[in-house]
Design a protein around this ligand. Structure first.
Ligand code: SAH
Length: 516
């Protein structure tokens, strides 16, 4: 199994940057032991103008069969010959995709600590795979790769036997892709689409495969015209998993339609300003204030809505008083970062039973979010387009209806205190609005009144006598019984102003509601 990646370059942007991007030195030939066999990485050419990296996977067919048998799959002892004599060692398949994922894992994630600017830059790439099994033929290869920005997609059928042309073509093609892309995108395309084309995964597809697909498909799969086929085949046609993945892709599309940038949003500006201005970063002060408010409310089961990369979830986990913590975010990338931060995969059972991360969009009601003590919306509302805010209000205050809701958002008045922030600029590129204290308070009071909550306000960060604190927080406490007219939780049909909603249906709002 063989794959080459070639890039071209100039004196200013040498092709050998490929070595940095792949984290593999162009002067070295390296061998990596993988579960599939030995993976060799070497560079047949490495110059300023052209550089080619090759990945050769030397599959051990005997080990493959033995492992298969050990797992009780595909290992019927009497089908002996077919197991040892097959295309697996030669054809690019899920084996190559898995090796690619292992050997180039940082490159797939777009990480390059030595040269952090490189992964973001598209560059001229040429990928060649001499033997690619393609169930669906060259036509499918085109349908899969062409929508992804590849300028040239060549899928040349490989003859069954060059000496006997009359035997016709095999089910293999020689694949050549050319285009100007970011390397991480190119690798993620291959990671997903090679096994899709082969359509015969060598391993049992477990539920975590849905996460792998969504992670690798971030930014391209949701809108790919062939996403149903890609999803079904990648998940080996396990329909339960396929349905799950399709629903999550639908969420991504809905959020995009809402105008949400499904990106890793990290409050970058806040954090930089903070370190300049004060010893304790504002984000940390915010978490302290949120924790204090949650403790004061006696909350045990907590939702962190728009949890981002999971910093608050991590803090909550440290206090056993919080018995159940659910982080919700629409961004797969943020959730992946959160899972990594929390080391979910290495967490003991006791801890992991306290925490759940789930993908969801907050402008849609979700039955799974009802019955919690408290919900936190920390620096989230300002990421929504104003016209979508009432939908979030309904989903949180009307449908999920926790006893306590904490909402933090920047106080725009404070922006003048940040010297490095140009006048009139929001703190974060994705903020759709930033409110004055008065704007925030009148919004919060109107929400509280409509949904039967009381509301109090707290300052987070130094409360400047003139412009107020950098972050403002509203603490909502449920006062009305659950059959408050605006909530529609009574179960009676036709409640005035109560939109009928089920999980993931748009939470439309009563007519009289307006965003501030
Ligand atoms: N709460 C975190 C992250 C704030 S950044 C903190 O305080 O640091 C805003 C987060 O809200 C992002 O992770 C973004 O993906 C998420 N978000 C934005 N719109 C959303 C929506 N409609 N549904 C769910 N999450 C959303």
């Amino acid at each position: 199994m063989f794959l080459t990646i070639t890039t071209t370059g100039t004196h200013d942007r040498p092709a050998t940057d490929l070595g940095f991007l792949l984290h593999k030195h162009p002067d070295k030939a390296q061998v990596f032991r993988t579960a599939q066999g030995n993976a060799h990485v070497f560079y047949p050419e490495a110059g300023t103008e052209r550089c080619t990296a090759a990945l050769l996977l030397d599959v051990d067919p005997v080990a493959l069969v033995r492992r298969g048998r050990g797992k009780g799959r595909g290992g019927a002892p009497d089908a002996a010959l077919a197991q040892y004599v097959n295309d697996r060692p030669y054809a690019a398949s899920s084996l190559l995709a898995v090796a690619l994922g292992g050997v180039f894992s940082s490159a797939l994630k777009g990480r390059c600590p030595a040269r952090p600017e490189l992964p973001e830059q598209p560059r001229e790439l040429r990928v060649e795979i001499p033997v690619l099994p393609a169930r669906g033929g060259a036509a499918l290869v085109h349908r899969l790769f062409a929508p992804l920005g590849w300028r040239t997609v060549v899928a040349e059928p490989v003859a069954l036997d060059a000496a006997f042309p009359e035997w016709g073509d095999s089910r293999y093609v020689r694949l050549v892709l050319e285009g100007e892309l970011r390397l991480a995108d190119a690798l993620n395309h291959l990671y997903v689409l090679l096994p899709v084309l082969d359509d015969a995964k060598h391993y049992w597809v477990a539920p975590d495969e849905v996460d792998k697909l969504l992670r690798a498909g971030d930014g391209w799969l949701a809108d790919h015209p062939e996403h149903p086929l890609i999803t079904a085949r990648f998940l080996s046609r396990r329909w339960g998993l396929t349905r799950q993945a399709m629903e999550r892709l639908e969420l991504v599309r809905l959020a995009e339609a809402d105008g949400t940038v499904v990106e890793e949003l990290d409050n970058a500006v806040d954090e930089t300003h903070d370190t300049e201005d004060r010893p304790v970063p504002l984000a940390a002060q915010r978490r302290t204030a949120l924790l204090a408010a949650l403790r004061a409310a006696g909350a045990q089961r907590v939702l962190d809505l728009g949890c981002g990369q999971g910093q608050l979830v991590q803090e909550l986990l440290k206090d056993p008083a919080f018995t159940e913590i659910v982080g919700v975010d629409v961004s797969v990338r943020a959730l992946t970062a959160a899972a990594r931060r929390l080391r979910l995969d290495r967490m003991g059972e006791r801890q992991s039973s306290r925490v759940t991360l789930r993908q969801g969009s907050l402008t849609y009601t979700d039955k799974g979010l009802t019955g919690y003590d408290a919900a936190v919306l920390s620096e989230v509302i300002e990421h929504l387009d104003l016209p979508r805010l009432p939908a979030l209000e309904y989903a949180v205050f009307g449908a999920a209806r926790p006893r306590t809701v904490l909402v933090t958002t920047p106080n725009v008045e404070y922006n003048v205190r940040w010297e490095s922030l140009p006048a009139g600029h929001a703190r974060h590129g994705d903020h759709r609005f930033e409110w004055t204290r008065e704007e925030f308070r009148s919004w919060a009071r109107s929400v509280a009144e409509r949904y039967g909550y009381g509301v109090a306000f707290e300052a987070v960060g130094t409360d400047d006598p003139e412009v107020g604190p950098p972050t403002q927080m509203a603490v909502f406490s449920l006062t009305a019984p659950t059959d408050h007219p605006a909530t529609g939780t009574t179960g009676t049909t036709g409640t005035p102003g109560a939109p009928e909603t089920t999980a993931n249906t748009p939470a439309t709002t009563p007519k009289e509601e307006r965003a501030v």
